[in-house]
Design a protein. Structure first.
Length: 132
């Protein structure tokens, strides 16, 4: 199959089918339309970062790495489905939020950083002092 658009437009044009496949069409956890912050875990979860993350404003989400089975119920976070591609979720969020801050471990988010180029999205490495 030859795709003539960028990944964002490809996902948008096929979103309903893709969301059905990954079970990500439920949007009950959206509280505001202004800002959301998303922590993309790596193979390990940085719990010290989560403590700081919980003090930020906006809707707070965690997107666990696909192998992580923890439910994060002890935190006041919206949990994204671990098996859903983040590129799919971020395109969906672009249509909902005015600003999206994505916090990652650097390497995990690199493919997302490469494919998602939108002025509404700002990426932060959790290892930088200005992340939170």
């Amino acid at each position: 199959v030859h795709i003539n658009t960028n990944i964002t437009e490809s996902i948008r044009s096929n979103f309903t089918d893709i969301a059905t496949i990954f079970g990500t069409s439920d949007n009950d956890f959206f509280k505001s339309k202004k800002q959301c912050r998303i922590y993309l875990t790596d193979w390990a979860v940085d719990y010290k970062f989560i403590d700081d993350f919980l003090n930020l404003s906006g809707d707070l989400f965690i997107k666990p790495h696909p192998h992580i089975t923890e439910n994060f119920s002890e935190f006041n976070l919206n949990v994204m489905k671990p098996g859903a591609p983040f590129e799919l979720l971020i395109v969906y969020f672009l249509d909902i939020y005015e600003r999206i801050d994505v916090y990652d471990h650097g390497s995990h988010g690199s493919s997302v950083r490469r494919y998602i180029n939108d002025p509404k999205v700002k990426f932060h490495s959790i290892y930088n002092n200005d992340a939170v």
